[in-house]
Design a protein around this ligand. Structure first.
Ligand code: NAD
Length: 484
């Protein structure tokens, strides 16, 4: 059965209605597999962004008065509508940023988050204390009011929902700014937000560039909290804008340079299968993808041969074909950026084992699965996020040596270790500087109800269930003097 033709919605969704940008400005979106023009998408101006914030502000008091289960009821309806339209969403993402429809999991994850948070509003409770003589004290957790989410292009619908759902269920109202590289699924769900009965203004979605819409949100005096996923560069700019405006509460989920460590006693077949999937899925455009692999010298040849065979078997092609699992990278900028790093590694003396060559001109921004070995540890290629299907595999001999190398990065999002020795697994997990450590598994495996976020420059704050709910609440202490 061929996929249904998707509805390509290109307008801003503000106050429960779709509208063009106030100055009618649009930006062009091209299909990275075919280079065809997909759509001209509304580019929110500062005025449009201010209008979205004002609509949200007006809607907030009534929304906050509802019980969590009443707010959750709309979220469950939206989850069902997303599930009913999964194929359409998959095609929209394939057209905009090249994710193969056969590997599309964003919609399932987004619907799951809506259902989880729809039920989780009741977890938001305060504390009581009798520890100050003559008083009874307690705390309330209350919504901020207007909050914003600014999202990247690699797993767009999931990030849109993972920011909106916890904020909404505790009584905030939301403005989401989608990425200029992948705005279509976020724009599409406005129709279903309306159908799910959200009151106008509660859940707004705008598209456009970082400047002006993202900048306006980050510095807006009525936006009281912001949750950002994207690059470190933008995360820093948002932090500065927040500090220079109203010191809004900021959570940052940023980049990674994740190491995977394979010891000689690991199940090598499993380790090779999982580590190659980690760097191949979504053409390596994943914050936690294991882009640096360290394998023990005694098993290096066997592991590398197995990894190379599996990674090299990725099927590249039209991302709307269900048989394809390797799409193009998101756009021309991303393509040239990834190849810049490939050229760097070649020049630095990294040994190229697979891929590395450019795609045929005019035939899509496909980057071949690429393996380097033993690129110098202190080289830029080993330090910076590449965000493509490009990995370096280095050989190590001792635990101390590999821990030092694995941690020698400013990033700290996800690390993994493969070994059957439980003592070593726990020792290494303890010393790895990362927000998540996989033992005998690697990214994208995470625990969906536990915190996710980065050590060091991979971010500040955590997302999760309780963590996200807390991020979107102010805490008020009420102290009651008790007379004798
Ligand atoms: P990006 O920082 O370029 O853009 C992200 C969003 O920020 C976009 O919507 C963009 O329009 C907006 N933006 C840009 N400049 C802005 C500004 N000055 N003020 C406000 N908003 C602005 O990131 P990207 O290229 O879209 O995404 C890739 C990055 O995201 C990678 O670094 C990746 O590691 C990271 N990422 C992190 C996680 C995580 O959970 N830690 C998950 C996915 C992606």
């Amino acid at each position: 059965m061929s996929a249904p033709k998707p509805l390509v919605e290109t307008r801003l969704f503000i106050n429960g209605e779709y509208a063009d940008a106030s100055d009618r400005k649009t930006f062009k979106l091209y299909n990275p597999a075919t280079h065809d023009l997909v759509a001209e998408v509304a580019e929110a101006s500062a005025d449009d962004t201010n209008r979205a914030v004002a609509a949200a502000k007006a809607a907030q008091p009534a929304w906050a008065e509802l019980a969590p289960h009443q707010r959750g009821a709309h979220m469950k309806k939206l989850a069902a509508l997303i599930r009913d339209n999964m194929q359409e969403l998959a095609v929209l993402e394939a057209m905009s940023m090249g994710k193969p429809v056969g590997t599309y999991i964003d919609g399932v994850l987004a619907a799951g988050r809506l259902d989880t948070f729809a039920e989780a509003g009741g977890l938001v409770q305060g504390k009581t204390s009798l520890n100050t003589p003559g008083t009874v004290g307690f705390t309330w957790k209350q919504p901020f009011g207007v909050v914003a989410g600014i999202i990247p292009w690699n797993v767009p619908l999931y990030f849109c929902i993972n920011k909106a759902a916890p904020a909404l269920v505790v009584g905030n109202v939301v403005v989401i700014k989608s990425s200029e590289k992948a705005p279509l699924t976020s724009a599409r769900i406005g129709h279903w937000i309306k159908e799910a009965g959200f009151p106008p203004g509660v859940f707004n979605i705008i598209s456009g560039y970082g400047n002006p819409s993202g900048v306006t949100l980050a510095s807006h005096m009525d936006v009281r909290a912001i949750s950002f996923t994207g690059s470190g560069r933008t995360g820093r700019a948002i932090t500065v804008a927040a500090a220079q405006s109203n010191l809004k509460n900021v959570t940052l989920e940023l980049g990674g340079k994740s190491p995977a460590i394979i010891f000689e006693d690991a199940d090598l077949e499993q380790a090779a299968a999982e580590t190659q999937y980690s760097i191949q899925w979504n053409s390596g455009q994943v914050c936690m993808a294991n882009s640096r692999i360290y394998v023990q010298d005694t098993v290096a040849d066997k592991y590398i041969a197995t990894f190379k065979k599996m990674f090299g078997a990725a099927k590249a092609g039209d991302p709307t074909d269900p048989g394809i699992n390797h799409g193009p990278v998101a756009d021309e900028v991303q393509y040239h950026n990834v190849h810049r790093y490939i050229d760097m590694a070649k020049a630095a003396g990294g040994e190229l084992l697979l891929g590395g060559e450019k795609a045929e001109k005019g035939k899509g921004f496909f980057v071949k699965p690429t393996i380097f070995t033993n690129t110098p540890e202190d080289h830029q290629f080993m330090k910076e996020e590449i965000f493509g299907p490009v990995v370096n595999i280095s050989v190590f001999s001792s635990e101390d040596e590999v821990l030092k190398k694995a941690n020698d990065t400013e990033y700290g999002l996800y690390s993994s270790v493969y070994t059957k020795n439980i003592d070593r697994a726990m020792r290494v997990a303890k010393h790895l500087e990362a927000g998540t450590v996989g033992v005998n598994c690697t990214s994208p495996t995470t625990c969906h109800d536990l915190p996710f976020g980065g050590y060091k420059a991979s971010g500040t704050g955590r997302e999760g269930v309780r963590e996200s709910l807390d991020h979107f609440c102010e805490v008020k202490t009420v102290v009651v003097k008790v007379g004798k």
